[in-house]
Design a protein around this ligand. Sequence first.
Ligand code: TYC
Length: 101
Amino acid sequence: MSGTDEKTVTKTRVKVERPRLHKVILVNDDYTPREFVIMVLKAVFSMSEDQAARVMITAHTRGTCVVAVYTAEIAETKATEATDAGRSAGYPLLFTTEPEE
Ligand code: TYC
């Protein structure tokens, strides 16, 4: 045998998409007590008192504040849970989500 064999090598490159991330956004309103907003931020988003107070006051003064970033499904679940906590207590507290750029 002289070295004339040919081989065909097939390489497969798998394309992996990163999951797109979604922001959870806290929206200000005139009725929900500050302390209640802080309590919800701590409970649903595992924030410290300090972090929660900062996020609350940012939404209060600027209108909205990004709370956290998650995969779409988790962002949606957390926003709903936090909004429902407000509704259960009779407050119009609102958390929304939007895809990150
Ligand atoms: N603006 C509310 C008040 O003065 C407090 C508040 C802050 C409510 C942030 C919602 O997303 C919010 N009681």
